[in-house]
Write a new protein. Sequence first.
Length: 280
Amino acid sequence: MRRTLSARAPTRLDFGGGWTDVAPYVQVCGAAVCNLAITRYATATVSVDDDVRRDASGGSREVDDTLVRAALRCSAIPHASAAVTSDFPVGAGLGGSSAAGVALAGALAALAHSPLDAAALAERSRRTEVEELGVAGGFQDHYAAAFGGALLLTSDVSVHAERIPLSDACASAIERRVLLVYTGQSRISARTIAAVADACRERDPRVCRALDECKRLAHLMADALRRGDIDTLGASGGGCVMAVAREGREDSLAAALAPLAERLAFEVDRTGFHLLDRES
């Protein structure tokens, strides 16, 4: 019998604190990141055929994508197969690879009848990325994809995810006034992460001061979201740029940006990881 299910996980906007969750800064100084999940999704479809006998190598069906292969190895489900689709540009700086990892990990766990809570799901996705693929990334993208909503993520020994209450009025204002545009210039995240990590190991004072400031800004952004203060919000760099319009000037800003970049419409995602269908 062949069993199949699908799940999705959201990408995110990083309002402040990005890079503080990356080694070695996070171990030495602790992290603080404020982010918001949005309705640009990675969707994973996973299947297993219970009637197929394990092959001599004990492996899963071969697929092209390295992240998919890594997730299948970590799932320990014989004869599983998987595929991922997305509705956001690759290299957009929205945490897309982590959203794909969370969608895969959660769907495979559900297929194995061992569902994970949001924190465990985020950590499994992060471990797959770090241990199987050797990606020296942080944790914020995995937690945004697993939890959804607005988060203040901090760490000492472990990661603490604080859900920031977001009123309907604040969510509506973000969706109306925040313009997310894709520049077409994909960000090479791993290369940038390595450069920041090397600077931290060398105790580069300029980089360390900048990361300290990023951490401080994360708390300020979280306070702004609690107050519904859209004018205070900011964002980090990436393939996408986030611009905040003054109230009533949304159309003018959109027109000014239109010749320069592609606008990506979005809404606030409050759900995080979500099974789209049960086994079929």
